[in-house]
Design a protein around this ligand. Structure first.
Ligand code: SF4
Length: 458
């Protein structure tokens, strides 16, 4: 069983698989050198980015993220401003503070390579890292994969995932569900809501107070991100010259009479989601929900519908636990990686999670919550990943706004639905998985098809 805290990770933009994952991989490799007493002999490191990490790595800031990891930084704690200065120094001075402990020569031109040729077989986000001694002998090499949402795995772990999963948790959980049907059955037999089942699973991993503090911190970072996005004007980095739109919409909303609801119906959800994704595109601090590219949907719904009354803390935790439980199902039964599933695996999953979380906050039964999650995915099936210029901007920013509105609609539809719906959550998750496998790699975070080839970069 995964924890909801594995899904909601604090990190930096613009991508959980291409930024957060590579940071963790870089650090993990250096930690392995220290652990195996190879660190002192290491005088050179070479990294090869393969598959989707090569094709869209530049737009997704993968080289910089890799350097952060090699310098010993961690996504949860690094300060984007000072970290950027450190990576800039690597490019200008051609030296790297390995693990933050010693300086080695490092020229990104020759030591950080984009390998477009090697076919990736286990997962499309592959990194090959090597450490050399003074004489050029390979001290250690390792292949890692960034498997989406900031999760990483070594080659060995992907080859035998059932025996050696990357995610380490404490003792056994009381409700070890592997499908939505099992989760709903636990709810029925125990007479519990979904968030209560998830809570008790989390209790077996850490004290309740720690879970609550972590959930509150996640919500705090999400809200801070919205606030920064609403108040920061300018043009996003990367060369597409995409102007930040959230501040302008926000100002218009505040200039309009609050009673103007017919026009404003979705503006609030749109503006909150866009604020987050513009911050993400700018490399700001983000919570993966469940990925960075789709990080605007849950905060938007959370802020608009769950943060305005006296039940604040309880509603926020209920929303995150329920949404997290749904996200665990996708992670366990399919994937949340755009490189594996296309955008249905990112924005689709976030929409499904947010729809379910909102239905729970609105008092839905576990079955209605599962229906909301099902609807949230059903109408994102087949959604491709085709970011223009390899940047997490077009279509990603608007797509989160659309996803937030769709999530609210999914929750409404589910609450009005008959008790037994035709399509189950398990069926739609399996359909997403099969659709993702059938999808051409052109539409899976390679920027080789779709909008990426039809929109002129200028
Ligand atoms: S198109 Fe979707 S999956 Fe692809 S980078 Fe953008 S948000 Fe992520």
């Amino acid at each position: 069983m995964l924890s909801v805290l594995d899904l909601f990770r604090i990190g930096i933009g613009p991508s959980s698989s291409h930024t957060v994952g590579p940071i963790r991989i870089g650090k993990r490799f250096v930690d392995s050198l220290i652990r195996e007493n190879l660190f002192d002999q290491t005088t050179r490191i070479e990294v090869q980015l393969r598959g989707s990490l090569a094709f869209t790595g530049i737009g997704h800031a993968t080289p910089k993220a890799t350097l952060f990891g090699l310098m010993g930084m961690e996504p949860e704690t690094l300060n984007p401003d000072t970290a950027d200065a450190s990576s800039d120094r690597v490019y200008s001075d051609k030296v790297l503070e390995l693990g933050g402990h010693k300086t080695i020569r490092f020229d990104p031109e020759t030591d950080l390579l984009f390998d477009y040729e090697t076919e990736t077989t286990l997962h499309p986000n592959e990194m090959f890292l090597q450490a050399f001694d003074q004489g050029g002998k390979v001290l250690r090499w390792q292949i890692y994969f960034s498997t989406g949402g900031g999760f990483i795995a070594s080659q060995e772990q992907l080859e035998k995932p059932l025996e050696d999963d990357i995610v380490q948790i404490g003792g056994k959980v009381p409700f070890p569900f592997t499908s939505a049907a099992e989760l709903l059955e636990f709810c029925r037999v125990e007479d519990k809501e979904i968030h209560q089942v998830i809570y008790e699973n989390e209790d077996s991993m850490r004290p309740r107070a720690e879970t609550d503090a972590a959930l509150d911190r996640i919500a705090e970072v999400m809200m801070a991100c919205i606030k920064r996005g609403l108040n920061t004007e300018g043009v996003l980095p990367g060369g597409l010259k995409v102007k930040r739109r959230a501040p302008g919409i926000w100002q218009k909303l505040h200039g309009s009479p609050l009673s103007n609801e017919r026009e404003q119906l979705f503006d609030w959800l749109n503006v909150y989601a866009m604020a987050v994704n513009e911050e993400n595109a700018n490399g700001g601090q983000i919570v993966t929900a469940p990925t960075n590219g789709a990080a605007g949907i849950l905060p938007s719904v959370l802020k608009h519908y769950c943060c305005g009354d006296r039940e604040n803390a309880a509603n926020i935790r209920k929303f995150l636990l329920t949404a997290g439980g749904i996200g665990i199902l996708y992670k366990q039964r399919a994937s949340i990686s755009g490189a594996e599933m296309g955008c249905q695996g990112e924005v689709g999953v976030a929409c499904s999670m947010a729809g379910g979380g909102l239905a729970a906050v609105w008092g839905g039964t576990p079955e209605q919550v599962a229906s909301a999650a099902e609807i949230g995915m059903e109408h994102n099936l087949g959604l491709t990943c085709d970011p223009v210029g390899g940047l997490v901007q077009i279509p990603c920013i608007e797509r989160n706004a659309i996803g937030a509105v769709k999530a609210a609609n999914a929750a409404r539809l589910a609450l009005h639905a008959p008790s037994q719906m035709k399509v189950s959550l398990d069926q739609v998750i399996e359909t997403m998985r099969q659709t993702g496998l059938d999808m051409s790699s052109k539409y899976k975070e390679t920027s080789q098809g779709g909008l990426a080839v039809n929109v002129v970069e200028c």
